[in-house]
Design a protein around this ligand. Structure first.
Ligand code: SAH
Length: 439
């Protein structure tokens, strides 16, 4: 197997040299560059101030959407972010993507090796994860030789889609291709067709493996606070004392969102809800129910227990979410219990399971041993051990990141149960959530 690409080793060496982790997970590194800072006089700040003055306070969801994906000035649209303000597992270690690639292969085999599958990634960042997965597919070329594989990337950021195209195709892409559903097309270094879309609904139907790594945490959330007079929505408006400074306020009465999103049995005093995540999960569940496949969601999150998790990151440091919008990553923990509910029983779900358990079940220890044996310089070995620790250590990413899967119901039910109730052969366990068996 190929060793960690030099760029990754470099990035990781640079980042990992600088322990310790900030409490909220992102690494500390890099100096602020004033010309990139945006500052309070930024265009998005001015746009938002005008808007708030004209229409009054907006929901946190509306604020977050503007800050992250405003077409001209949003954080992902303009700044790109991944690697600069926060670092993600695929950027830390090649092993992460390799094991996810093996997960898809194992599901493909467990469902009788269909003749074709689509790999659909939501929010692919720099494209590193897909690149690592495609390397695994290439290494297993003999197994996949009769299978028609294609890659479909859902990405709203023009800047990041360029980075992805460069990483995956070497930059040879066609923009605005004839078939209008995709906004860009290309072919991977290993010969697999790749298409780019803005919305999951544009991706053609068919047996698909969906992947969302650190995607759902970037979608806009609504925030609610329990008060003596009932639930109120948290809104963003302009501080009248300090011109152009934003502040949180509570809605004077309940809003449509408080009526729709707070469950009567809710016990917490503060609740965050991400309706867009619900809509996307619903779509994935419908597609998997109809055409088969699976979805793997990996993110930091909780099972409906946490309260205030809305955070900003800039240059690997915590950043005030209301300051200089568009210049910092904004994120909120994923509520997996909400995602499970939004499948509406169309698919089965597995997890959330802790990242360190999932990766252990996927054989990360063995993979590390092989890479260590194949590497002959101590710097690379040190880097491999460091990155393993980052992914697996319960105090780092091991415990707070979780894996969650959607699978067709029949994948978990015994195929022969109805016809042959005496049959003892168990259903193949779903790798990662159980043991990995490639048969
Ligand atoms: N999965 C990558 C990147 C995570 S950052 C990794 O783990 O490294 C979040 C990604 O989601 C970015 O690529 C961002 O541009 C994209 N994104 C954010 N909001 C989106 C939306 N509404 N639709 C599609 N992509 C979105």
């Amino acid at each position: 197997a190929a060793m960690a690409p030099a760029r990754r080793a470099l990035l990781a060496a640079r980042l990992l040299g600088r322990a310790p982790l900030s409490a909220a997970l992102r690494l500390s590194s890099g100096a602020e560059k004033p010309w990139e800072a945006g500052g309070n006089g930024g265009a998005l700040q001015r746009h938002l101030s005008r808007k708030l003055r004209a229409t009054g306070a907006v929901t946190v969801a509306e604020y977050m959407r503007e800050a992250l994906t405003n077409p001209g000035q949003g954080y992902y649209t303009r700044r790109g972010g991944v690697g600069r303000d926060f670092v993600t597992s695929p950027e830390i270690s090649q092993v992460f993507g390799e094991l996810i690639g093996i997960w898809f292969i194992s599901e493909w085999m467990a469902t009788g090796k269909p003749k074709a599958f689509q790999l659909v990634e939501l929010g692919p960042g720099r494209g590193t994860l897909t690149d690592d997965i495609l390397r695994v597919f290439n290494q297993l070329a003999s197994l996949l030789s009769k299978c028609d594989v294609s890659v479909h990337l859902v990405e709203v950021s023009p800047k990041l889609s360029e980075t992805q195209a460069l990483m995956l195709t070497g930059g040879k892409v066609q923009s605005g291709p004839e078939d209008k559903s995709a906004y860009m097309k290309g072919v991977s270094k290993t010969g697999i067709p790749i298409s780019w879309y803005r919305d999951i609904q544009d991706v053609p139907p068919g047996y698909s493996f969906y992947l969302a790594h650190e995607f759902f945490d970037a979608l806009p959330i609504h925030k609610f606070q329990r008060t003596e007079r009932g639930w109120r929505e948290v809104l963003v408006d302009i501080d009248p004392e300090v011109p152009d400074q934003l502040r949180f306020v509570l809605s004077p009465s309940s809003t449509p969102a408080t009526e729709n999103f707070i469950q009567p049995e809710e016990r917490r005093d503060h609740v965050e809800v991400c309706p867009e995540a619900g809509v996307i999960i619903q779509r994935l569940a419908c597609r998997i129910e109809k055409d088969g496949g699976a979805a793997l969601v990996a993110d930091y999150g909780h099972d409906g227990t946490k309260t205030d998790t809305f955070r900003g990151f800039r240059n690997h440091k915590l950043h005030d979410v209301l300051k200089a919008p568009g210049t910092a990553d904004l994120t909120a923990d994923v509520d997996f219990s909400f995602l499970r509910k939004m499948t509406q029983g169309r698919t089965a779900t597995l997890g959330p399971i802790k990242q360190r358990e999932f990766l252990k079940n996927m054989g990360i220890d063995l993979r590390l041993q092989v890479l260590l044996q194949n590497s002959h310089d101590t710097a690379t070995q040190q880097q491999l051990l460091h990155s393993y620790d980052m992914l697996m250590n319960p105090k780092k990413m091991g415990d707070c990141f979780h894996f969650f899967a959607l699978l067709p119901h029949h994948r978990l039910a015994h195929p022969d149960k109805k016809e042959k109730p005496e049959s003892k052969s168990p259903v193949a366990p779903v790798a990662g959530f159980g043991e990995l068996v490639l048969k």
